[in-house]
Design a protein around this ligand. Structure first.
Ligand SMILES: NC(=O)c1ccc[n+]([C@@H]2O[C@H](COP(=O)([O-])OP(=O)(O)OC[C@H]3O[C@@H](n4cnc5c(N)ncnc54)[C@H](OP(=O)(O)O)[C@@H]3O)[C@@H](O)[C@H]2O)c1
Length: 351
C-alpha cells in the first residue's frame, strides 16, 4: 500500500514552480497545493496546472475579485500538510517557520537562501545528498543547500573520498549568473563581487574539514553558474586527468562533456531537447578544459542554477520523511527525473 505524504509548497517562484511539477507526478506524494502572494500571471499558470492555490487570508478576497479561485489560506494549507517545502524568497522562510510551521508542529524543508547560523537560523543542518543524506533522517527542519553549494559538495566529496589527505586545499572561483531565465529583473552590465560569499561556510557545514576558499563574482548572464575549482595536492603526486574523470563516471547528477563553448550552449541544449523547464538538474564537468598543472588540478563545471536543487529536495524528503537508504532514494530520484538518461543524452550531444 502506498502511504501518501501531503506536501504544501510555500512559494511559487523559480524553485517552487519546479518543485511543484516534479512532486505532482510522484505517486507517493499528495500535493496539497502551492502558495501565491502576488496576484499575477503565475496564479493563472498554477491553476491551469491544476494545483490548488493558497494565499494569505487577508488577500483571498482580492484574488477572488480578479477571478482566481483560491482554495484557502496559507494557515489552512500548512494545517493540511505533513511536510512544507518552503520556497519563499530569501530570508522569509524564518518568518514562515515562526508564524506557521512551529506553532502547527509541521516539519519543513527550507531553501539555500535561508540562514543556518545566527538569530534567523531556520535549521541546524544543510543537506547535501552526496555527503550527509543519512543525517537528515527524522529531522524536523533542514535547509537544502543552494545550487552552488549543492554543486560544490557533489564535486568535492568524490575527490575527498578518492584522494583524502593528499588534497591540501580547494579554491573555487564562482562565476554566478545575474538572473534566472524567468526573472523579469534587468541584467546589469557589470561584474560584481561578493564581499562575503556564504558558500564557503555553507559547504563547511557538511564537509567541516575541507580547506576551502570561495570567491564569487556575478556576471551579466542568465545561463547557469560556472565554478573554476583549483584542487592543490600536497604530496608531490598529482592525479592524472583520467584519474580525475574516473572519479565522476558513475556519480549521480554529474555529466562529463567536451564540446560546449559556454554555459549558454548547455542551457540552450536542455531547452532544445525539451527537458522540463529547460533544466538539466545537474553539474557538467567540462573535460576539454580540465587541466593538471604542477601541484594543481583545475576543474571547471557548470551548475544548473534552477535545476540542481530539485532532485536534491526530493532526496531530502526520502531521508527526512521516508527514512530510506540513500541507494533506494537515488533510484527513485533517477526514475522521477530521468537523470541517467538525460546525462547520457548530454554526454552524447557534447561528445
Ligand atoms: N533561483 C535559483 O536559481 C535558486 C537556486 C537554488 C536555491 N534558491 C533558493 O530558493 C529560494 C527561492 O528562490 P526563487 O529563485 O524561487 O525565488 P523567487 O523566484 O523570487 O520566488 C520567491 C517566491 O516567494 C514567494 N513569497 C513571497 N512572500 C512569501 C512568503 N511570506 N512565504 C512564502 N513565499 C513567499 C513569492 O510569491 P509571489 O510570486 O506570489 O509574490 C515568490 O513566488 C531562495 O531561498 C533561493 O535562495 C534559488
Amino acid at each position: 500500500m502506498i502511504v501518501l505524504v501531503r506536501v504544501f509548497i510555500n512559494g511559487y517562484g523559480n524553485i517552487g514552480r519546479r518543485l511543484a511539477s516534479a512532486l505532482a507526478v510522484d505517486k507517493e506524494i499528495q500535493l496539497v497545493g502551492v502558495a501565491k502572494y502576488s496576484i499575477d500571471d503565475k496564479v493563472k499558470e498554477a491553476l491551469e496546472n491544476r494545483y490548488d492555490v493558497y494565499a494569505p487570508k487577508e488577500a483571498i478576497g482580492s484574488f477572488k475579485e480578479k477571478g482566481y479561485n483560491v482554495t484557502g489560506s496559507i494557515e489552512e494549507a500548512v494545517e493540511r500538510s505533513d511536510l512544507v517545502l518552503d520556497a519563499a524568497k530569501e530570508g522569509v522562510g524564518y518568518d514562515n517557520k515562526k508564524n506557521f510551521y512551529e506553532p502547527m508542529n509541521k516539519p519543513a524543508i527550507f531553501q539555500g537562501g535561508e540562514e543556518r547560523n545566527g538569530e534567523r537560523a531556520v535549521a541546524d543542518m544543510i543537506h547535501n545528498s552526496r555527503v550527509n543524506y543519512d543525517k537528515a533522517a527524522g529531522k524536523t527542519y533542514v535547509i537544502q543547500g543552494s545550487c552552488n553549494v549543492s554543486g560544490m559538495g557533489r564535486v568535492m566529496q568524490p575527490l575527498i573520498q578518492k584522494f583524502g589527505d593528499r588534497i591540501r586545499r580547494f579554491d573555487i572561483e564562482l562565476v554566478r549568473r545575474w538572473a534566472d531565465l524567468e526573472d523579469t529583473k534587468a541584467v546589469k552590465d557589470s561584474i560584481e563581487w561578493d564581499r562575503n560569499p556564504h558558500h564557503q561556510d555553507d559547504v563547511k557545514d557538511f564537509i567541516p574539514n575541507a580547506n576551502l576558499y570561495v570567491d564569487a563574482f556575478k556576471v551579466p548572464s542568465r545561463m547557469m553558474h560556472l565554478h573554476q575549482m583549483f584542487v592543490r595536492f600536497g604530496d608531490g603526486v598529482v592525479p592524472t586527468k583520467d584519474e580525475i574523470i574516473e572519479c565522476f563516471r558513475n556519480e549521480f547528477g554529474v555529466a562529463i562533456i567536451n564540446s560546449a563553448k559556454g554555459t549558454g550552449d548547455v542551457r540552450k541544449k536542455a531547452l532544445e531537447l525539451g527537458f522540463p523547464h529547460g533544466d538539466t538538474n545537474m553539474v557538467h564537468i567540462h573535460e576539454d578544459i580540465l587541466r593538471v598543472q604542477d601541484d594543481t588540478v583545475k576543474i571547471a563545471y557548470s551548475d544548473d542554477q534552477t535545476g540542481m536543487v530539485i532532485p536534491e529536495n526530493h532526496l531530502l524528503i526520502q531521508s527526512m520523511i521516508f527514512r530510506r537508504s540513500r541507494e533506494e532514494a537515488l533510484k527513485r530520484a533517477d526514475n522521477l527525473f530521468q537523470m541517467s538518461k538525460r546525462r547520457a543524452i548530454l554526454e552524447e550531444e557534447f561528445r
